[in-house]
Design a protein around this ligand. Structure first.
Ligand code: ATP
Length: 430
């Protein structure tokens, strides 16, 4: 890996920690391998992404409903879905240093990448995270944390159908945590053992599935470019060949993103056929309105990783220009939409005017108040966390009730009337 690329990840990780986006998990106890906590700004960025997604794919559509299911499901779910049998990665161990690796991710499958020692034969390692439910730790109480949110949409299919009277095509969406005992987690929040997914199971008739697949492929592209603001040239589609797809899939496209550590999967789109519903339900549940026949709908599944979305957005928006660092975030994603400060921190009139403006704006937008009375540090600090607009109250404000508004991307400032700030921001941000 080129030094420069490594450097960018170091810079992003350090900014995340310094400014409260992402902290190492359990840090005061020495951490817990590859676990991360979202801090005060990270949780805002994350919620903004999840809320935008929910609004776009659930609330603004007529053909989608949402659910929020339990993380731990009856183990029979994982029997039926094939996860207990098939959800595994090939694990290899070095005979010399005993480090373990995912064989399919190794360039040289014969030699240990750490000590060049000989590798043992690969064995399948199941990624399901096990625990016990109840007061006795025996086999009858073994349960699994869900490795994907998808299965709940299938298991709840009949309940959703009975309560919403949907007709094909329609989708069920869910945002939630998933757990995988990954062999080699790493690259900051790219691959962790606990992560969050935003998934849609879109139920259709078998005939014409190719068109639905194509439709979602386009929708996913639009989400990445329009909402996340990712550079189109950094996104690549990989048509996953036969033999490499998940056990249930007839066609899969991986959307890959050029992360600083290489081109890696960001999202996936899979045609799951009627595999899941057939495995979970002995009888077909859906009645075709034309033929009155009971059928098993087929499924197209667009799946989006929340944490990988955040990492892609951070990598895409991190800029160093003319000696300043700024996050060129889509304003919809920015943790704070606006910040307010005043020129002198000890001038009562200035401070109280700035506070008045801040409280007014805060009713509409998540806003930040900076009372350090240092314009350079104020702008630098808001740039680094991607705040689109910075307001400055100065002595002229006290005379004519105007303030300066500074644009994060251009650093240009314009004077506008304090009374017009709300409208100005609504125009720019919504
Ligand atoms: P990979 O090949 O990188 O292991 P996958 O193909 O197994 O990923 P899927 O099962 O398709 O991943 O999961 C759907 C989405 O969930 C992925 O596109 C990704 O955004 C996210 N995801 C999967 N595993 C992880 C993980 N360990 N950490 C963070 N996000 C993940």
């Amino acid at each position: 890996m080129a030094k420069e690329e490594n450097n960018l990840m170091d810079k992003i990780e350090s900014l995340c920690k310094r400014r409260g986006f992402v902290f190492p998990g359990s840090e005061i106890y020495g951490g817990l391998a590859n676990s991360w906590d979202y801090g005060p700004l990270g949780v805002e960025l994350k919620n903004n992404i999840k809320n935008l997604w929910w609004k776009r794919f659930v609330q603004q559509r007529d053909d989608m409903v949402g659910i929020d299911a339990a993380l731990i499901m009856n183990p029979k779910v994982w029997q039926a879905s094939g996860h207990l049998e098939n959800f595994s990665d090939p694990l290899v161990e070095c005979k010399k240093c005993h480090h373990r690796f995912r064989e399919d991710l190794l360039e040289d499958k014969k030699k240990c990448p750490d000590c060049k020692g000989e590798l043992m034969d690969a064995k399948q390692f199941n990624l399901m995270l096990k625990t016990f439910l109840g007061s006795t730790e025996d086999d009858a109480n073994v349960v699994y944390f869900r490795p994907e949110t998808a299965q709940a949409m299938f298991v709840d299919f009949k309940n959703v159908l009975d309560t919403t009277r949907r007709k094909l095509p329609f989708g069920i969406a869910q945002i939630g945590k998933a757990f995988r005992n990954e062999i080699t987690p790493g690259n900051f929040i790219f691959r962790t053992r606990e992560f969050e997914q935003m998934e849609i199971e879109y139920f259709i008739k078998e005939k014409g599935w190719e068109n639905v697949f194509e439709y979602w492929r386009n929708e996913m592209q639009l989400w990445m470019t329009e909402e996340l603001g990712l550079d189109k040239n950094s996104i690549h589609e990989l048509d996953v060949p036969d033999g490499e797809r998940a056990h249930y899939s007839k066609k899969t496209i991986d959307f890959e993103f050029d992360f600083p550590f290489g081109r890696k999967e960001l999202y996936g789109l899979a045609y799951r056929t009627d595999f899941d519903l057939k495995n979970h339900f002995k009888e077909a549940q859906y009645e075709d309105s034309e033929t009155k026949e009971k059928i098993y709908p087929h499924v197209v599944e667009p799946t989006f990783g929340v944490d990988r979305s955040i990492l892609a957005v951070l990598c895409n928006s991190y800029k160093e220009e003319d000696g300043r660092i700024f996050l060129k975030l889509n304003p919809k994603l920015a943790p704070y939409k606006v910040a307010v400060s005043c020129l002198k921190k000890n001038d009562e009139k200035l401070v109280s005017k700035a506070e008045e403006i801040y409280h007014e704006l805060k009713k509409e937008f998540y806003a930040n108040f900076d009372n350090r009375g240092n314009a350079g540090k104020y702008y630098g600090s808001q740039d680094e966390i991607g705040t689109p607009y910075c307001i400055m109250v100065d002595f002229q404000t006290l005379e004519d009730n105007t303030v300066t508004v500074r644009d994060r991307d251009t650093t240009k400032q314009e004077r506008i009337k304090a009374d017009e700030l709300l409208n100005f921001l609504k125009n720019e941000l919504i």
